[in-house]
Design a protein around this ligand. Structure first.
Ligand code: SF4
Ligand code: SF4
Length: 382
């Protein structure tokens, strides 16, 4: 398998928006500038998916990247949304539509999206894995892998049963590396044992590690005053030997400039720096309430009957919990803005758990909702 020369990948999942409340209002002019800069600096790996940006991301990649650059100047990765499948017929339909949206004849990398023990059975039931294997043989897929959110045991089983997969995409960041919930380290070891290169997603944990608590910021600043907290996080993932690419869902040109700057001639972290990050993880874990990455699967792959904007409320709640706020704060203003747009309140939750079935972080969302309501609607808690 041909590996990219540089370890940073451009994730098209948190693109700049013209209207912050509308995921489809992508600022294509800025994305074009970002794409141009990314390629100018010698980076090539671009990652999208069927449902990113309310199904608009692939189309944007087609316009901003594929239509404007020679086909051999970049590689494209996209994914089969196995969690959304309801019939066998959908698989070839989605695949054909992706080629149309992205304006390509073949995908350099193609992934079965978000494999876990439930989605794996679904992907088999609807023939997605067999179909994609045929596409790999015909050359419409140049490299076949899957993204994964489950235990190391499930990963091992999938790889034993499907030895033809060529790479795995895992959630790896310094906060989840030794966490009991995500088990990044153990999953990385399983992929390595099977001889598969790893693509890293969520290296900054949905932005959480770009803004860690003050005591962590100070600790990191003291060691390397010129590195931002996000840079530390990306460096951690990229320093792992078996990591082929670290994806960053870059949201503006400044972020892209920063990331491509330090990843251009990347050198791995020293052992002392790695140890410092694991200490930082302990400090952060003590402060964060809900480990939501903002992946939006609970909004896009599942439909809340009460229209509750789960990841947005969790992000607001986490900030309030870190700051120990019970009184009015900007987070409450945002919360009330969402409610006035017609979204459901945390207290409207009926605990149907439809969101929990698709949450890759296995968060007990319905148990958190009353706690959110207590704090953000009634000014109590903590
Ligand atoms: S458990 Fe609550 S938040 Fe989740 S889908 Fe059901 S009503 Fe919505
Ligand atoms: S609650 Fe789970 S599914 Fe929803 S955005 Fe957060 S991590 Fe993703």
């Amino acid at each position: 398998m041909k590996k990219p020369e540089k370890k940073l990948g451009f994730g098209f999942m948190r693109l700049p928006l013209l209207d912050a409340k509308n995921q489809t209002s992508i600022d294509v002019a800025q994305v074009e500038q970002m794409v141009d800069r990314f390629l100018e600096r010698g980076f090539t790996y671009c990652d999208t998916a069927w449902m990113y940006h309310d199904f608009k991301s692939e189309e944007t990649v087609g316009k901003a990247l594929v239509d404007r650059h020679p086909r051999d100047a970049f590689t494209i990765a996209t994914k089969m949304p196995d969690m959304m499948l309801k019939s066998k017929e959908q698989v070839p339909e989605i695949f054909a539509k992706q080629k149309e949206k992205l304006h390509v004849d073949a995908f350099d990398y193609y992934l079965v999206h978000d494999m876990n023990h439930v989605n794996y059975e679904k992907a088999k039931k609807y023939g997605a894995i067999d179909f994609l294997r045929e596409k790999r043989k015909s050359g419409e897929i140049r490299c076949l892998g899957f993204s994964f959110h489950d235990t190391p045991e499930v990963l091992d089983r999938i790889l034993e049963e499907n030895p033809f997969f060529e790479f795995v995409q895992l959630q790896i960041n310094y906060l989840d590396w030794e966490s009991a919930g995500i088990q990044s380290h153990k999953c990385y070891d399983v992929a390595t044992k099977h001889g598969l290169p790893v693509i890293v997603m969520e290296p900054v944990k949905g932005g959480t590690l770009a803004n860690p608590p003050q005591n962590v910021k100070e600790m990191l600043h003291e060691a390397h005053p010129d590195w931002s907290p996000a840079e530390w996080a990306i460096r951690f993932a990229a320093s792992l030997e078996n990591v082929m690419v670290v994806l960053s869902g870059m949201s503006d040109l400044a972020q892209l400039d920063e990331n491509t700057g330090f990843m251009q001639d990347f050198t791995p972290l020293t052992e002392a720096d790695q140890a410092l990050l694991l200490q930082a993880a302990e400090k952060i874990r003590a402060g964060i309430a809900i480990p939501c990455t903002g992946c939006r699967y609970c909004v896009e792959a599942s439909k809340c009957p009460k229209n509750i904007l789960i990841p947005n409320y969790f992000a607001l709640f986490n900030t309030r919990k870190l700051m120990k706020r019970r009184d009015f704060s900007p987070e409450i203003e945002y919360y009330e803005n969402y409610l006035s747009q017609g979204y459901g309140k945390a207290s409207d939750c009926i605990a149907c758990k439809s969101c929990e079935r698709v949450c890759p972080q296995h968060i007990h969302i319905s148990e958190w909702m009353p706690k959110l309501a207590e704090n953000m609607e009634n000014g109590q808690g903590f």
